[in-house]
Design a protein around this ligand. Sequence first.
Ligand SMILES: Cc1cc2nc3c(=O)[nH]c(=O)nc-3n(C[C@H](O)[C@H](O)[C@H](O)COP(=O)(O)OP(=O)(O)OC[C@H]3O[C@@H](n4cnc5c(N)ncnc54)[C@H](O)[C@@H]3O)c2cc1C
Length: 334
Amino acid sequence: MKLTDYKGILVYIEYENKNICQISLELLQEARILADIFYDDVIAVVLGYNIKDIADQCIYYGADIVWYADDILLEEYLTERYTDALEFLVKKIGPSSLLIGSSYQGRDFAPRLAIRLGTGLTADCTELGVKFLGDGIVDPNRGILMTRPTYGGNLIATIVCENHRPQMATVRSSMKVIKDITREGLVKEFFPLLKKSRVKILETIIEKTTEKIISEESVLVVGGNGVGSESMFKELYSLAKILNGGVGVTRTLVEKKWVDHSRQIGQTGTTVRPELYISFGVLGAIQHITGMENSNFIISINKDRNAPVFKFSHVGIVGSVEKILPRLIDRLSK
Ligand SMILES: Cc1cc2nc3c(=O)[nH]c(=O)nc-3n(C[C@H](O)[C@H](O)[C@H](O)COP(=O)(O)OP(=O)(O)OC[C@H]3O[C@@H](n4cnc5c(N)ncnc54)[C@H](O)[C@@H]3O)c2cc1C
């Protein structure tokens, strides 16, 4: 097959309790934008058991075609089986690109699938774009530009998959999700050959938490290494309570074991987009910024006026956490 023969941007759909995950909704939107430039289709794929209604939903979020495999053997996520099913579909329909959320699942099966398909995988992309040949002419091979931080975040690399299809990427999208219930499309079933798995799930333990997940907070008070002490860090919770929000952190505070990974914002944590993001003693490393740069309003407090975080902030306050945080709590609580 020639590269021009591969068509369609395939998006892997993840869901929880019958709801499509945010990461997949954002990817459908991202794929929609690319497909409109290529005059191509957005194709979604859903795997599981009793999932036809999830497949139908994908149309409202930008898919033109949805393929679903409905089989009890796919009821629970298993790396090998999901890889088998996706390999089967990709070989059947020949998409030009395959986009997968940078989630635990996506990161788990994507490399295995890429090897099976004999193609490349760009992991943890923060941006996707269309390859132009110059003079506004779109690459006839539907080439996409896959951008990701590299060398520990010191460089931003844009990668192209020149010779193989599909172009595969795991992506952290930050697209605004658009739902249009008037959209129409095709929903089709496929029947992959599923082998007996060597892996058996013995028990699934669902983490119980009474706290809101950070991506759902509309106000986030965020602590970095510059908060200095654990007692000062606890003060962030007081401020968050006053502002009716939650607390997020940089990876440094997770490494210090002051808080668990579910509160980490960034490339290897959660992507957030609150109405208000207010940081204390956060450097603004690229790996953190990729997880919060689309927040609606960003306020940063840092004692170093050259801290990179200020470049991404609407309001920057040069000063120390220990002076500003208690004053802020005092003022706002009155
Ligand atoms: C592959 C990879 C993935 C990563 N993923 C993530 C990720 O998902 N999320 C993430 O956050 N990081 C991630 N990191 C780590 C990232 O590179 C940075 O090291 C980290 O974000 C820095 O954390 P920080 O801003 O808390 O700390 P520091 O780099 O120590 O910065 C502290 C800041 O606080 C300021 N400060 C110090 N004292 C005070 C004070 N008293 N008052 C006010 N300001 C003060 C300093 O001027 C400085 O700007 C990743 C790194 C790698 C290599």
